[in-house]
Design a protein around this ligand. Sequence first.
Ligand SMILES: [Zn+2]
Length: 266
Amino acid sequence: MLAELSPALIAEVELAAKLLTSKQHICILTGAGISAESGIPTFRDKQTGLWENYGVEDLATPEAFTRDPKLVWSWYQWRRQLVADKKPNPAHVALAQWQYHTQSSNQSLTLITQNVDDLHEQAGSMVTHLHGNLWHNRCSQCETACQGQSRASYHSEDTINFDDTLMTCPHCGGYIRPDIVWFGEALPVQAWQTAEDAAANCEVFLSIGTSSLVYPAAGLAQLAKQNGAKIIEINPNPTPNTIVDITLAEKAGVIMPLLIQKITAL
Ligand SMILES: [Zn+2]
């Protein structure tokens, strides 16, 4: 793996490792890129097959759910099937190892994700979800949390015969929806507070697989920067961005194991 990386990139990884080791408060934000490396397509990827004629406005907005709850529910059931057999990649594993490692040090790591899958949890991390959790449901009317089918009941091989039966709330009869932040909806208050606090109080802000130019990630990185933090970005396609101090332009699954190996060795 090392041999594939340029000496310049390895030098940058070493610089990042030294910076991360020398500071106490670290805030990490992960985005679609880290899940894409586990085979989970991002919203920006073109929809194929069954869903190719639908856009985000048909499938992932509160208006879409009001208009056609069965369509939106079916789309999420299909996404659950798609994600059901996906596994954490070396970047998720490295982050979990780092979190474990810091339990016996004076470092504090706060891991925030924009992803709705649970690959961080599967790898063993504690994580705050900014955009909700694909495996959780709630009532669309009274907001009561509602348990859905277990993850094990979804199988990616049955992607055509998904379950599109709508569930209703036992308290108010409202339709059950996935507990996901849709386009046009506010982020969950508590998760956003955790993210803002971690960003404002961190000394290094590490952005993985997400553009530091797109909100809300951009807001968190800027908040960290304004409070004196250094910004590190891991992204194979980094966006030109003046607030990033160290750019590691490679897949997270390649960089993170190397970075954590260096951090834990220092
Ligand atoms: Zn209800």
